[in-house]
Design a protein around this ligand. Sequence first.
Ligand SMILES: [Zn+2]
Length: 171
Amino acid sequence: MAYRPYFKHGIEQIQALVASSHGDLKALKVIQYELGFRDRPKARALKTEVDELVHRLSTGTAVHPSRPIPPPSPSHVMAPEPQDVQPPLMTPDRVSVECANCKTPNFVSTLEGIVQHLSCSACKSPYEAQFKYGVLRTTFQAAPITKSNNNATKWIFVGLVVLVIIALMAK
Ligand SMILES: [Zn+2]
């Protein structure tokens, strides 16, 4: 490259050329070549700048105005949360109730607010069940051979605690 089209250009003119040739690798290389002949500090500083521009254009890392680099894809951030999370107010169709008398598990459907008159599938002890505010309340009648009423009340309380735990775990 012996041809020096900017041989007679002043440094200010070359600076203007550089400013108007950003992105034009061919033009910048000619300017770079021309600046290689100049020893003034201004010319050396400009050559450093042009070297950098040429390097960026050659390696394709320049952010060209006509070819902007798209922003990093935020797809993984914008992705909706998995839909398999249970709705907070969902309740199971049925819950297991342990018979207060024989400990046999009985399934009770969770009908909101309705008192269900049921009986144990094993010992036939009658009991009432009412599902209200997300908690199943059961009332077992005392077993035929209950010794004390106090004992039956204790079992009702224990059964209620178990049911609350079941209801909480089922959510
Ligand atoms: Zn029973």
